[in-house]
Design a protein around this ligand. Structure first.
Ligand code: FAD
Ligand code: FES
Ligand code: FES
Length: 1338
């Protein structure tokens, strides 16, 4: 063995040689910190988000081919890249050299907002193009399935990538043999193109062509290295870990014999997350490098043998090839494996993970092991003792001694036998989300019949997700042998399997009844699938399937993505150089795409910089008996452990209402509360030391988590808030019907892609402190830091270049963490950086408030609601934060688009022992609106009307008053509603949905349309004030500064458009560097959809001041340039710098009288969504969404459409897949993308049409525009109600006509369980209260 080997690899064409590498280092921090290639981002550290995607290229000396594949740098140990060429986003193009077409197109198609996901997207797309220069749309969505974006909603990213596909405008899906563009009702009405409206946001003609010959070549040195046979095992020795890379099989088995406990690292996608998230440590690891025997592909007479080292992506290709080559009857298992390989993780993980690693890991939710187990596969093992062959069976899966690998054995390959005639294999899985989500339950099933007799000879059924590992229903299968394949057999099979694969009520992962139902629903699907094939093989002997069953076997109907956008063209009289109203690309778009855009953690390390890691409470409600930092302090590199004691006298701060403590050392009020902070000279050391701080707790009763518990304990922050209009009690006396109901709505995680980040830099002079923070509220940061450091604000400056997504989550909580970081920096006189890991971020910062809504509605038989009494309860968590404001706004907006003449609404903020919930896009409206819409849906059911009919009769019409007596004019609301009806062909499609539902028993479609009135405003003039500073330099260039934060919404781009219009100069002449308390003091928090509106007014004001001053100079030389004018002004001593100010809109609210003019204006809109659900599994697909919005005069239609779409998709996630889970002890389980499912590219509606209504009136907002940042969020509930509609159809067909309540999010679990049928009746149920559930509904 070569000790202390040299690590050699290439990055972006440059050679990297490392002699002293620490094997614990991952590629991501190496790229970012060591090589300063900060384009590759950290988003989760666990392979789940794709922000860290790079391309790995390896040369195979045997095939002489180079393999390029995408990979997650966060899971790649640095030692595993020996001999590889790595390409990062910086390596493919830059603004300094040339852009790569992928970079150019994603930016110009408006596929970037905050830009944090963009480098990862670019690299996934780039790698796809390296392998397939003209990809299909399927390849495209597949390639991007492992990349999350929280901002864009994916449509513009799809559009950008589609420009590389060799397709026409057609979606390529010929449903029923008809082209999508020619399918009657799904066709959109013709847009009046002409001069008035436009539908293109970019022009393809400008794009750089893709030229594969321009790509970086594979380094010849690496090729030569690979060709050389003389390599020997390389060993890398670190402080704690030794990495052994054998290069021959002999060396591999010798190494394993020597270190039997060492894991064999292949893709590291199983071992890596265990090390990172579960604290597992391996002193020695063995990582084979290019060992031929591990990569065999051998077609034998009885089956296919696959090397254990093949990646899952390679296995996928090999199986696809085998299916083409072999007769169908032999490839049943391969078909089933391929089906699961299509949805397993994302492309990056499939390319990294190995078949052997997958099998040996034996994860409980493994997608392949159930299939390999039923497929009678054999594992070929090797050790220094010789070869062994063991079956991949139940005993192996359960790691039974004798049936398992021995510690010194290596899995070399796997034989997957061919199937025989009359043998059938099927694969099933259901996850929270379609792609890149671990299965909740999966299954492999195989049956072998006697020759044409339909009698079961062999039967194997395995399940994943229902036990500690894959479970085989062996006894059940045994008992069914000899039985004919008929319904009696199915019935018996269901009962037997339910008995054998029994899940305890408190099983980990929860969803117990759903899992039980899936177990037998899958069985039913298998029964049908096989029956259908039998019928096909022998139509005489085997009966036809009942028509109504056929739909159980079909996939959810969906086509390829396409969209039509429609926005208003600019006034033909507008000057051609005036950019306002044009779809200008995000100012940072190109820099996002090249990785040059700098975020907080991309800033280079300062001299002597330290890192801060928080220690948080592990108890929800407890007295903190002691904190012992001694062990942490004894670790090398640890500088300090800060507790409340150090912050004596400055440990509390109030942003709104009651002061909150920064660090808590007496009492813990929630799991995740900040208790102390460890400061060390490196991130690794700080995190290691944080785990060594010993805290002793004494639990305090009661610990309150749920809203119901808070109600029971009367645990509220403040007295009930109430608004009332009309005479509710009297109205209840005259109505035809009254109903009472309630709905529970879960919370939501912000899931901004850039986690909380801050860097505090003491300047060493006059106690000045600079703090660089990813925040929406620099002034707030300045205030709290100044308070903690006991400094005047003028010594503390907060700077924000850009924020990688915020959505309300980077204001107050960020302030507390920034203040502690600044305190540490001040104490030690050194810069201190604090970057939260994803899990910490989700735990500490919480998110949207869960709600319980109770309602009583009095209505007439025609659907008119005359009396409504609504009660809101929101789960505020342990501190008040912004919860009261969220609740208040919810009460003000709860009427949504409806006039309820007699209305009483009340609300309370519950105090619980959970991390404090805070602002999140929409601020109370998404919850309040859903409660109202649910009530309407129930009213409709009682009246025998469609929800849309009841919505229509209750809409505000014309000029009216809200329940707090603010005047509104609902003309535009009605227009949006009607336009949406027309654009979505609502009536035709409603009929089509009904027809579909009558023909399909197990698949149902649903259609729903929801209107929206979204009020904009803050309730106080002061909260709306904004300022700007505009400088003109003597060369004529302009620098604009304002108080708004660029967090993806494109506010800086809009501000440059404003300055360009006002000063009449080209966009390229105006620059914007970022936001700072140094240039703009006292700026309000950026949020509430008004950042561009308010700051734009201030920029406009500053520009107009300057213009006024320069008017005499310009008029003297009207043909001059800005340089001429600036110099002339300077010569005449005229100031070229001006501040601009906007006072905010008049706004008031009197909660005593319940009256006020809280809002400045209303954004109106409507959305219509169509979904299809699978009644047997709860899967759903959003087939189409149409949105009509009233955007006023859009300043930038590309940015505004982006906001609407992005918010819609975030809303869709809120109401469907995004589900937070807390343990009965109040511990958040969902702490990363692997547990918490935001929408991916496959979840976007396949048809997505957005139309802006022609502006009808001028208003006193900025150029009569409207703020669109948040409103689209609520429209996501059209998907919720479309699913509701589909579930209703399923229930009615099964004879269930009574009312039913669906809570939010409407997950596959809730959908499945609501579609009650014989299977849901068959499963055992557990008596509530008789067990401790895995999770609690908060
Ligand atoms: C983000 C993410 C999403 C995922 N999604 C899915 C999903 O949807 N469905 C699913 O089924 N799985 C999923 N997985 C799990 C994934 O399939 C496994 O992690 C992967 O297959 C393990 O392979 P590996 O090569 O990375 O294993 P490694 O982490 O390299 O090794 C895992 C274990 O296998 C052992 N081992 C590896 N090779 C050998 C060998 N040849 N001989 C002996 N022992 C060996 C090692 O000692 C180690 O203990 C996901 C994982 C991640 C990170
Ligand atoms: S940071 Fe690597 S996948 Fe999220
Ligand atoms: S642009 Fe994709 S996460 Fe912000």
């Amino acid at each position: 063995m070569d000790r202390a080997a040299e690590l050699l690899f290439y990055v972006n064409g440059r050679k990297v040689l490392e002699n002293n590498v620490d094997p614990e280092t991952m590629l991501l921090p190496y790229l970012r910190k060591k090589l300063r290639l900060t384009g590759t981002k950290y988003g989760c550290g666990g392979g789940g988000c794709g922000a860290c995607t790079v391309m790995i290229s390896r040369y195979n000396p045997i095939t002489k081919k180079i393999r390029h594949y995408p990979a997650n740098a966060c899971l790649i140990p640095i030692c595993s890249v020996h001999g590889a060429a790595i390409t990062t986003v910086e390596g493919i193009g830059s603004t300094k050299t040339r852009l790569h077409p992928v970079q150019e197109r994603i930016a110009k198609c408006h596929g970037t907002q905050c830009g944090f996901c963009t480098p990862g997207m670019v690299m996934s797309m780039y790698t796809l193009l390296r392998n397939h220069p003209e990809p299909t749309l399927d390849q495209l969505t597949d390639a991007l399935g492992g990349n999350l974006c929280r901002c864009t909603g994916y449509r513009p990213i799809i559009d950008a990538c589609k420009t590389f596909c060799n397709t026409s405008g057609c979606c390529q899906s010929k449903e029923n043999g008809v082209c999508c563009l020619n399918q009657g009702i799904n066709e959109l009405p013709e847009f009046e193109e002409g001069n008035k409206t436009r539908s293109k946001l970019f022009s393809e003609e400008e794009f750089l062509p893709l030229d594969p010959t321009q790509e970086l070549i594979f380094p010849p040195e690496l090729m030569m290295m690979a060709e050389k046979q003389l390599q020997r095992t390389r060993v890398f020795v670190g402080d704690r870990m030794t990495w052994i890379s054998p290069v021959t099989l002999k060396e591999l088995i010798e190494a394993k014999a020597k270190y039997p406990q060492a894991p064999v690292i292949m893709g590291n996608t199983s071992t890596g997350p265990e090390v990172k998230f579960k604290g597992v440590f391996h002193p020695v690891v063995i990582s084979p490098d290019r060992i031929e025997e591990l990569n065999v592909v051998n077609y034998a007479s009885d089956g296919l043998t696959l090397g254990a080292g093949l990646s899952l992506a390679q296995v996928k290709d090999i199986l696809a090839d085998a299916i083409l080559q072999l007769p169908e009857e032999k490839t049943q298992t391969y078909h089933a494996l391929l089906k699961h390989l299509g949805t397993l993780a994302g492309s990056q993980i499939r390319n990294m993970a190995s078949l052997g690693g997958h099998i040996v890991s034996r994860h409980l939710d493994s997608d392949l092991n159930p299939l390999l187990a039923v497929g009678n596969c054999t594992l070929h093992l090797l050790s220094t003792q010789g070869e062994r062959h063991i079956p991949l069976n139940e005993q192996f899966l359960q790691k039974c001694p004798g049936a398992d690998l021995k510690p010194e054995e290596i899995l070399i390959s796997v034989s997957v036998p061919y199937t025989r005639k009359w043998e059938f294999v099927s694969a099933f899985r259901q996850a929270q989300r379609q792609q890149n989500a671990l299965a909740i339950v999966n299954s492999g099933m195989r049956v072998l019949f006697g020759e044409g007799d339909g009698i079961i000879r062999e039967l194997s059924i395995s399940y994943g997700g229902v036990g500690p590992t894959t479970i085989c229903a062996k006894n059940s299968c045994q008992k069914l042998i000899g039985r004919p394949w008929n319904e009696e057999m199915l019935d018996a099979a269901c009962r037997l399997v339910l008995d054998e694969v029994s899940l305890p009520a408190s099983a980990p992962g929860g969803k117990v009844e759903f899992k039980r139902t899936l177990i037998i629903s899958f069985l039913f699907k298998f029964y049908l699938e096989v029956s259908q094939i039998l019928k096909r093989m022998d139509p005489v002997r085997f009966p036809s399937l009942a028509d109504k069953y056929e739909s159980a076997l079909e996939d959810l109907h969906s086509r390829h993505h396409w969209s039509i956008l429609k926005y208003q063209n600019v006034d033909p009289k507008q000057l051609p150089q005036d950019p306002v109203g044009h779809p200008i690309m995000h100012l940072s778009g190109i820099k996002h795409a090249t990785g040059e855009a700098i975020y907080c953690d991309d800033m280079p390390a300062m001299e002597g910089e330290l890192f801060l890691a928080f220690v948080t409470s592990s108890r929800a409600h407890a007295k903190i008996v002691s904190i012992d930092p001694s062990e942490a302090l004894s670790l090398p590199g640890v500088v300090d452990v800060l507790t409340e004691e150090h912050l004596h006298g400055v440990n509390s701060f109030s942003f709104l209402g009651d002061p909150e403590k920064l660090l808590e050392s007496d009492k813990a009020f929630c799991v995740g509360q900040l208790v102390c902070a460890v400061i060390a000279d490196s991130e690794v050391q700080a995190r290691r030391a944080a785990k060594r701080v010993k805290i002793v707790y004494q639990d305090v009763e009661p610990a309150i988590f749920t809203i119901e518990e808070a109600i029971q304990h009367n645990s509220y922050f403040a007295p009930e808030r109430k608004l009332e209009c009309g005479n509710v009690d009297e109205a209840f006396k005259v109505v035809d019907q009254i109903l009472e109901g309630e709905i529970h709505m879960g919370g939501q995680e912000h899931f901004y892609m850039e986690t909380q980040s801050m860097l505090a830099v003491p300047r060493g002079e006059d106690q000045e402190m600079d703090i660089y923070v990813s925040t929406q509220y620099p002034k707030g940061i300045q205030d709290i830091v100044a308070s903690v450091l006991k400094l005047p604000a003028n010594k503390v400056m907060c700077h924000v270049k850009r924020v990688g997504g915020a959505f309300g989550g980077k204001a107050f909580k960020t302030g507390f963490m920034a203040a502690i970081t600044a305190f540490a920096a001040n104490k030690h006189g050194r810069a201190v950086r604090c970057i939260l890991e994803r899990g910490e971020d989700m735990l500490i910062t919480a998110g949207r408030h869960p709600y319980l809504g109770k309602y009583k509605a009095g209505f007439m038989n025609d659907g008119r609601i005359l009396a409504l009494d609504i009660q809101h309860y929101c789960n505020g968590g342990a501190t008040l934060d912004e919860s009261q404001l969220v609740l208040d706004i919810g009460l003000l907006k709860m009427d949504n688009a409806y006039k309820f003449p007699n209305l009483r609404c009340r609300g309370c903020v519950c105090r619980t022992n959970l991390p404090s919930n805070t602002a999140l896009r929409g601020f109370g409206f998404p919850q309040a609106g859903l409660i109202t819409e649910s009530c309407i849906t129930e009213v409709a059911a009682k009246c025998g009307l469609s929800p849309e009919q009841v919505r229509t009769v209750n809409l505000y019409k014309g000029i009216d008053q809200t329940h707090y007596k603010q005047e509104i004019n609902a003309k535009t609301l009605i227009q949006c509603w009607k336009e949406c009806m027309a654009m979505s062909s609502y009536s035709l499609r409603k009929a089509a949905v009904e027809k579909f539902n009558s023909e399909n028993h197990w698949k149902k479609k649903g259609l729903a349309m929801v209107p929206m009135k979204y009020p904009i405003g803050f309730g106080s003039r002061a909260a709306g004030q904004a300022s700007a500073l505009v400088h003109i330099y003597l060369d004529g260039s302009v620098l604009v500064t304002h108080g708004g934060i660029e967090m993806g919404q494109g506010v800086h781009t809009k501000m440059i458009q404003v300055a360009s219009r006002e000063l009449g100069m080209p966009l390229s002449n105006v620059h914007l560097r970022g936001t700072s308390t140094e240039t703009i003091p006292n700026a309000n928090v950026s949020g509430g959809s008004v950042v561009a509106d308010f700051n734009g007014m201030a920029v406009k004001d500053a520009c107009q001041t300057l213009l006024k001053r320069l008017e005499p100079i310009i008029s003297k030389n009207p043909r001059g340039t800005w340089k001429d004018w600036a110099q002339a002004a300077f010569a005449e001593s005229i100031s070229l710098s001006a501040t601009g100010y906007f006072r905010g809109y008049e706004s008031n609210m009197n909660w005593e009288t319940g009256e006020g003019h809280f809002f400045e204006y209303f954004v109106y809109g409507a959305a219509c969504s169509e979904v299809e659900i699978d009644c047997l599994t709860g899967a759903y697909k959003n087939i189409r969404t149409d949105i009509v919005m009233d955007a006023g005069y859009s300043i930038n239609p590309a940015l505004d459409i982006g906001q609407v779409e992005g918010a819609f998709i975030q809303g869709m996630g809120l109401y469907t897949t995004e589900e937070l889970h807390y343990s009965p002890q109040g511990i958040l389980y969902t702490r990363g993308p692997n547990q918490y499912k935001i929408p991916t590219i496959r979840d976007t509606p396949t048809e997505f049409h957005v139309s802006f209504l022609p502006p009808s009136e001028n208003s006193n907002t900025l150029y009569s525009s409207k703020g669109l940042g948040e409103s689209g969020m609520f429209l996501g509930c059209s998907v919720f109600f479309a699913i509701h509609d589909a579930v209703k159809a399923a229930r009615q067909e099964r004879g269930l006509f009574g009312p039913f309540m669906l809570n939010s999010p409407l997950t596959p679990e809730r959908i499945r369980m609501a579609c009650e049928d014989k299977f849901t009746k068959m499963i055992p149920r557990d008596k509530p209260g008789s067990y401790v559930p895995w999770n609690i509904p908060i």
